[in-house]
Design a protein. Structure first.
Length: 244
């Protein structure tokens, strides 16, 4: 299965899903730069998998273009972007926790999950379009986007799904492939799962958390030549979690 590109930027690549996707890309022969806000964790994570690294606060929109250009220089080009960076405020996403959400908490989640995703998409697609690059862009959304929206996380990921559809359709004729993945609960620190914890999850019909390896495997497929006719889709990967 051939990857549709040779130089990739992966945001939020120091751990979890982003790190595993970057690892798989490197193993496939792709040159990769991973980003994250904390240089102390980002550098060893990148070095461990043979990727380059760039400390980057993805929510700093005025710095977006400059950081993207630095990543281009580091790799000698970019034709794959995996927009993965995201945050979650669990106590506000379901039930009555929404009644205590503050404006600051709302803005924090929306700035990273939706606003930064939009401007990353804009920056990446502008780069592809203006340089006639048949690029790939993959947004990491969430199965939460398919559920009733209570808090900013699900709302932000619903926005990402909509943008993926719209931009995917708009730029398909230029050879630019835009898709997404909507994972269900995955065994990561964001979901309060830590190495050695049980994989059991009673709300998932398959009985367990998903794994970063499973999400990364789907990501590699969606970034491959074989998936080039899949456009504007967010593929749900949740062990039937959201099937009612």
């Amino acid at each position: 299965m051939g990857i549709r590109g040779t130089k990739a930027l992966v945001t939020g690549g120091s751990r979890g899903i982003g790190h595993e996707i970057a690892k798989r890309l490197v193993a496939a022969g792709v040159k990769v730069v991973v980003t994250g806000r904390n240089e102390d964790t980002l550098r060893p994570a990148a070095e461990k998998i043979g990727a380059k690294w760039l400390a980057w606060n993805i929510a700093d929109i005025p710095a977006m273009q400059g950081n993207f250009d630095r990543a281009v220089q580091m790799l000698g080009g970019i034709d794959i972007v995996v927009s993965n960076a995201g945050v979650l405020t669990p106590r506000h996403e379901w039930g009555m926790g929404m009644l205590d959400l503050t404006e600051e908490e709302w803005d924090h989640v929306m700035d990273i999950n939706l606003k930064a995703s939009y401007f990353m998409m804009q920056t990446a697609v502008r780069h592809f379009y203006r340089n006639s690059i048949p690029g790939n862009l993959l947004n990491i959304a969430s199965v939460a986007a398919t559920e009733p929206y209570y808090g900013p996380y699900a709302t932000s990921k619903g926005g990402v799904v909509g943008l993926t559809r719209g931009w995917g359709r708009q730029f398909a004729s230029y050879g630019i492939v835009i898709n997404g993945i909507g994972p269900g609960p995955v065994a990561t620190e964001m979901n309060n799962w830590h190495e050695g914890d049980s994989m059991r999850h009673d709300r998932i019909p398959t009985g367990r958390f998903g794994t970063v390896e499973e999400v990364a495997g789907l990501a590699i497929y969606l970034l491959s030549e074989e998936a080039s006719q899949i456009i504007g889709q967010t593929v749900i990967m949740d062990g039937a979690y959201d099937i009612k």
